[in-house]
Ligand binder design. Structure first.
Ligand code: HXC
Ligand code: NAP
Length: 295
């Protein structure tokens, strides 16, 4: 176990006991990290994505450390029939699903004018359409069965600011954020909560290969943009996710929690660049500013 407090499991044992949680894109990266922790807290798991071999390997790995069950399901979330089949297989195995984590995504950097309409489609289809297909399928089931549930959507900090060079992803994540806030209100009467997490930079193979390929991170060291001076640890995101799908967060609904070390605010604050001013220059600057007074 890490000696860094923020990289350690946070919730008390059995916090998710008896829960069945579905994570789309749960075979890799952040989805896998969340899944591993959810089972440690007592949940059974369904992990779904396109690559069955990857899912099966992850399922074996997670099950090894726990007595909980992990069901890997091949499912392309851009295909509604496959998502309905995912619900069917989940119910056959566990009899219920308590939480849906919409984590699957697609993304790559590119000047927008270089994108074909199919390239734009592929990202929006995975991120936005895949999320509302899953949400609609499981939501209708929960409403019909009168089953309380929670949905956790993984977005990004550029869901509200937008971002150049990842425009399809920005457009789609903004849509997911709107979906989160809209249904948090509309479906609260059915006992279904909606929240989102907006992660900053968390090193994963999937994201790094597509967003910081080759030696690009040597040219534009992304850590420079993060006030706390580091990237995120998977466990700290898993801690937050576990809390938001647990019943401990029952009064939190429609919230998006940013976990980015202050990165997006650093980009936003108009005078944040003044941190480049050397300490010894501040005497001179203060004198100049004070001289203005009263004129
Ligand atoms: C321009 C590209 C392209 C590129 C693909 N295309 N890559 N165009 N630049 N680099 C175009 C193709 O030419 C094609 O259009 C269309 O996109 C579909 O491409 P395919 O390769 O056929 O699609 P597919 O095999 O389904 O792959 C989908 C994918 C892939 C999204 C491109 O990367 C993928 O499967 N990703 C899943 C995992 C992932 O992306 N993880 C990262 C999430 S990170 P044409 O017109 O030629 O047919 C993330 C973090 C956000 O979201 C925030 C970080 C801070
Ligand atoms: P990742 O490992 O590439 O995860 C993406 C997952 O989505 C993969 O497991 C992939 O599996 C799955 N997927 C893609 N298309 C799919 C489809 N059509 N149907 C079903 N599953 C599909 O990347 P990650 O970094 O862990 O990202 C996880 C989430 O965090 C994403 O929502 C991402 O936007 C968000 N995020 C990450 C960061 C970061 O720094 N890492 C920052 C902000 C937000 P298959 O290929 O098997 O389908």
């Amino acid at each position: 176990m890490s000696d860094k407090v923020f990289a350690q499991p946070m919730l008390k044992e059995d916090s998710l006991k008896g829960k069945v949680i579905l994570i789309t894109g749960g075979g890799t990266g952040l989805g896998k990290a969340m899944g591993k922790y959810f089972t440690q807290l007592g949940a059974d798991l369904i992990i779904a994505s396109r690559k069955l071999d990857v899912l099966e390997k992850t399922a074996v790995e997670i099950e090894k450390g726990t007595s909980r069950k992990v069901l890997p399901v091949q499912c392309d979330i851009t295909n509604y029939d496959q998502v309905e089949n995912l619900l069917k297989l989940s119910l056959e195995k566990f009899g219920k699903v308590d939480s849906l984590v919409n984590n699957a995504a697609g993304n790559f950097i590119s000047p927008t004018e270089r994108l074909s309409h199919r390239a734009f489609d592929i990202i929006v289809n995975i991120v936005l359409k895949g999320t509302y297909y899953s949400t609609l399928t499981f939501g209708k089931h929960w409403i019909k069965e009168k089953q309380p549930a929670s949905v956790l959507n993984i977005v990004t900090t550029y869901a509200w600011t937008g971002s150049a060079y990842v425009v399809p992803s920005a457009v789609a994540k903004a849509g997911v954020l709107a979906l989160t806030r809209s249904l948090a209100v509309e479906w609260a009467k059915y006992g279904i909560r909606f929240n989102a997490i907006a992660p900053g930079l968390f090193p994963t193979k999937g994201a790094w290969e597509r967003l910081l390929p080759g030696n690009i991170s040597e040219k534009f060291n992304p850590v420079i943009k993060i006030p706390v001076g580091r990237t995120g640890e998977h466990q700290e995101l898993a801690n937050l996710a576990a809390y938001l799908v647990s019943d401990f967060s029952s009064f939190i609904n429609g919230e998006v929690v940013t976990i980015d070390g202050g990165e997006w605010l650093k980009g936003a604050g108009q005078f944040n660049m003044l941190e480049l001013v050397p300490t010894e220059m501040w005497d001179e600057i203060e004198k100049a500013v004070r001289n203005v007074k009263g004129r």
